[in-house]
Each structure stands twice: as structure tokens, then as C-alpha cells.
Design a protein around this ligand. Structure first.
Ligand code: UN1
Length: 509
């Protein structure tokens, strides 16, 4: 099924400008790089990138703003985040439009992304009254040990096209509540939603009396990201993107003893056990594998199915895939929008060719769609490939909707296969057997940062910490106690006696 017509680039340009206007942004048009839409694959208009002098000014401004922001009481910092959350609610529809126009997400997922931003704001407002440290029993009489969490400094946020707003908000809402200031380098592919978020935060700062420079946006290419990575004023670099990017960022930040928080590639798998509720599994798998056109870092890329149910499940999945409506993401009926670019489409086709060369069988999908209507856009049918082993292409993350299906006989074998990839972000098991579920969640089970039962790998709520192990980078963002990465703990020893007792019974003088 294909939704019939696509909107024109002109119509999308007008829609983007209307949304921006309502949010309060008049884009600084220039010719450094274009705002684009993957819906037609065409440029909307040109934009100006931050110059080196502007980058320097932004970093210095954020550093200066930190000096006052760090001593603003945390609950007052929370007021800024609360106001941001209100503004995000007011502009939910405009922000979702910009996400659809620039990232190609279907309406419901674009609205979901804005909801994720609203949710993290609520979380961070609560957090602003809960930046708890501990009191620790001292070994000495008349002494108290305490742990105090202090703001860290300027946080550099480097974000990707696929969650162009939510990932910014996880970092920014939490960093601001923690007393940090933020300099943001978004993907060059999503400048307009970035301008909108920056404008709303500026508005929130104005409305609550917070310094304007608690947040600065820098549009431009990787040179700006490199600046954030190398500048000693940036205390924490929080970077979301490919493992290749993280391999550069991590060591460079470490070389100057800065902190980094990396959220890199995933190669997420679901194990489907014989007792699984297949109706539920099919729904969960199709959303996780084909939703967002396979462009989430949590997208389901590998299915490890028990041999006894493999054919039945695969038949049901291929039937569901054949019915997926692909096309205009603004069309209410569409479930699969475009890939971000024709280059992404080429990468997908390359991976499918390799999978076949490595012995895989393409079961469904993989064809290009809408090539005549939109030759510059990358619409693709989500694909399922049956493989006998985790060949090199299966072990890689291809940022496209390809689901590799493997079979297993014992749960131990399934878990071994599951963990035998370099990445470790998200995972799930579909089973009605409690022993199996608990084993999958145990220390011997999934080695990922996210492990789910009877739900797919994607679509995490903000309340939990988000991130993964191995080549995924080890960072945790969003909920739970991920906030600690944005603060520095100080251990305090307080002597309230009138004598000096040394620890470890040391005597001196
Ligand atoms: C990402 O793809 O970078 O769990 C983030 C999810 C979303 C976030 C994905 N809440 O799929």
C-alpha cells in the first residue's frame, strides 16, 4: 500500500515557516547549509552557520552564565524548566510539524517525541527538589560525613537527526535543573526544530528571569562539534550518534580529562520464546523494527526466534510488512515515512546485498518506493531477512528498517547469540514463562542497558535511565539517577567535636 501524493517542497517550506513563526523564530537565512526535508528530499531554504567568533562567544557566555546559575537555588532553576514544559505543551503541534518536515517522522511519532520532551521537563522539575546527597556514618566521634552534589559547568550537547528534539531535552532539562548551562550542536539535518527549541527556552528564561545564556545553540558542521569536544570550558560532552563518532569523541574528551556521556549505536534484538503471545509479539516487533523507518537507536534489528515457532511468526510478520502504508508522513494513514536521505537508502540496499551475499534470504521488502514522485527522497519498504548465523552485516548497525531473523533451540543459545554483537543498547524477550523472563533479565542474560519483557526494544519512557553498554558507549541519560552525570559530588568531613581525631587512628603531634 502506498499513500498517493506527497506534499510539494513549497508547501512544506510554507508549513515550516508558519510553525517557526508561531514559535517566534525568523530563521537567519544564509547560504552556509540548507534546511532540507526528507519528504521530498529537497532543500527548503539556506541557513547561516555559526562562525568561529560566534562559537567562541557562545562558549564564553555559557561559562559566564554558569557562574550565576550554579548558585541559583535548584528549585528556582526548576521554574525555568517548568516554563519550558508549558511552552512545549502550547506549541506541541508546531514542534511536531517541524520534526516531521525535517526528520520525516509520522505525525503520531513526531507528537510522541514532543511528549517525551514535556515528560522530561516534568521529571526535571521534580528532580530540582531531589538532588539528594547522602549522609555517611563517620568512623570518628563528633564527625559527620556528607556528600554534596554540585553543578558541573557547561554541558556540550551533540545530537542526531533521528531524535532531533527529545535527546536535546533529556540533556538540557536535566542539566539546567542540575545548575549547568548548555551549548547545543544539533545535527545539520535538523536545524529548524533546533531553532524552535532554542527560542522556546529563551522565552522560558525571559519569563522566569533566568540568564539568557543558560542555553546557546550553534548551527553548523562538525567543526563546531569538535570545538565542544576540545574546549576545556565544556565540562561534559553528551554526544548521541554513531559508534564511529563516539570513537573520536570519547578519547578526545578524555585526553583533556573532560567527561563524556556517549549514546551510540545499537543492534537491538528480541528473543521470541515458544510460549510467547504471538499477537502481542507481532505488534511489538513490527513497531520496533519498522517504526520510525528503522531509524531509532533502539530499533529492533535482530529477531532470535525459537525454531518451533519461527515459520509461523515469520509468516505473520511478512504479511504485516506487506500491508505497511509507506509514504507521506503527514498522511494519517502512513506508518512508514522516508529514510533521512537517498544515501541512507543506498546504505540499506548495500546492507541487503551484503546479507544475501553472506547467505541470507530476503523474505519481504527492500524495494524503493516513490522514486518517480520524489527522486531525491529515500522511501523504502522495511525488509525482513532470514539468516543462519550472525554474519558481519548482521553484527553491524545499519540505520534503516532491516530485520534479521535467526532461530534458536535453547534459551542459553539464544542469549549467547543475543549478546554476541559489539553493541549493547536495548533488548527484549517475548515469553509467558517467568523463569525465562527472569533469566533474560539476570546478570547472565541480556548484556544491554535496556532489557524488556513482552514489549519491543524501542519506545522507552523517560523515567528510566537510557543508554547501553559496549560500543553503545556506556552513558545513561534521561531518568532514574542519570542526573548524576551532570553534577560533581563533593565528600565533606565535618568535625563538630573540639578535638582533632585523625582517620585510620593515625597519631601526629
Ligand atoms: C534514539 O533513537 O536516539 O526509546 C533515542 C526510544 C526513544 C528514544 C530513542 N524513547 O526509542
Amino acid at each position: 500500500m502506498t499513500t498517493p501524493a506527497l506534499p510539494t517542497t513549497e508547501a512544506l517550506r510554507d508549513r515550516a515557516l508558519d510553525s517557526l513563526r508561531r514559535v517566534g523564530v525568523t530563521p537567519d537565512q544564509g547560504d552556509d547549509f540548507p534546511a532540507r526535508t526528507p519528504i521530498t528530499g529537497e532543500d527548503l531554504f539556506g541557513l547561516a552557520a555559526a562562525t568561529e567568533a560566534e562559537t567562541e562567544e557562545a562558549l564564553e557566555a555559557a561559562r559566564r552564565a554558569f557562574l550565576t546559575w550554579r548558585s541559583t537555588p535548584a528549585p528556582r532553576r526548576g521554574e525555568l524548566v517548568r516554563r519550558l514544559g508549558e511552552l512545549l505543551r502550547d506549541h506541541k503541534s508546531d514542534l511536531a510539524d517541524l520534526i516531521t518536515i525535517e526528520a520525516g517522522k509520522i505525525r503520531s511519532e513526531a507528537l510522541g517525541e514532543v511528549q517525551e520532551m514535556i515528560d522530561i521537563c516534568d521529571f526535571a522539575v521534580g528532580l530540582s527538589r531531589q538532588l539528594y546527597g547522602r549522609t555517611i556514618a563517620s568512623e570518628r566521634p563528633g564527625h559527620r560525613l556528607a556528600e554534596t552534589w554540585h553543578p558541573l559547568g557547561v554541558v556540550g550537547v551533540i545530537s542526531a537527526f533521528n531524535f532531533p528534539a527529545a535527546v536535546w531535552s533529556w540533556n538540557t532539562a536535566v542539566a539546567l535543573a542540575c545548575g549547568d548551562t548548555v551549548v547545543w550542536k544539533p545535527s545539520e539535518l535538523t536545524p529548524l526544530i533546533s531553532l524552535a527549541c532554542d527560542r522556546l527556552l529563551a522565552q522560558a528564561a525571559e519569563d522566569t528571569g533566568a540568564p539568557r545564556d543558560v542555553h546557546r545553540l550553534l548551527l553548523g558542521d562538525r567543526a563546531i562539534g569538535e570545538r565542544l569536544v576540545d574546549d576545556p570550558r565544556v565540562a561534559l560532552v553528551s554526544a548521541t550518534g554513531s559508534t564511529r563518532m563516539g570513537r573520536e569523541v570519547g578519547p578526545r574528551v578524555a585526553a583533556r580529562f573532560g567527561r563524556s556521556l556517549l549514546e551510540l549505536g545499537g543492534n537491538n534484538a528480541a528473543v521470541v520464546a515458544p510460549s510467547a503471545d504471538l499477537d502481542l509479539a507481532v505488534q511489538g516487533i513490527v513497531f520496533a523494527a519498522a517504526g520510525t523507518a528503522g531509524q531509532r537507536c533502539t530499533t529492533l534489528r535482530r529477531l532470535i526466534v525459537h525454531r518451533d515457532i519461527a515459520d509461523t511468526l515469520v509468516d505473520r510478520l511478512t504479511a504485516a510488512y506487506r500491508k505497511l502504508p509507506i509514504g507521506d508522513p503527514f498522511d494519517e494513514g502512513t506508518l512508514v515515512g522516508p529514510l533521512i536521505s537517498t544515501q541512507a537508502l543506498e546504505t540499506m540496499r548495500g546492507a541487503l546485498d551484503r546479507a544475501r551475499a553472506e547467505g541470507g534470504t530476503l523474505l519481504v521488502g527492500g524495494e524503493r518506493r516513490l522514486a518517480d514522485t520524489a527522486p531525491r527522497a529515500g522511501y523504502a519498504e522495511p525488509a525482513i531477512v532470514r539468516v543462519d548465523a550472525q554474519t558481519p552485516v548482521v553484527r553491524e548497525e545499519t540505520f534503516a528498517p532491516i530485520l534479521y531473523v535467526l532461530t534458536y533451540d535453547t534459551l542459553e543459545e539464544a542469549i549467547a547469540l543475543h549478546n554476541d554483537v559489539p553493541q549493547g543498547l536495548s533488548s527484549s524477550i517475548f515469553t509467558r514463562d517467568q523463569q525465562e523472563a527472569e533469566y533474560f533479565l539476570s546478570a547472565e542474560g541480556s548484556d544491554c542497558g535496556i532489557a524488556n519483557v513482552n514489549i519491543g526494544t524501542s519506545g522507552a519512557e523517560i523515567g528510566g535511565a537510557f543508554g547501553g553498554e559496549k560500543e553503545t558507549g556506556g552513558g545513561r541519560e534521561s531518568g532514574s539517577d542519570a542526573w548524576r552525570a551532570y553534577m560533581r559530588p563533593a565528600t565533606n568531613t565535618i568535625n563538630y567535636s573540639s578535638s582533632l581525631a585523625l582517620a585510620q587512628n593515625v597519631s601526629f603531634l
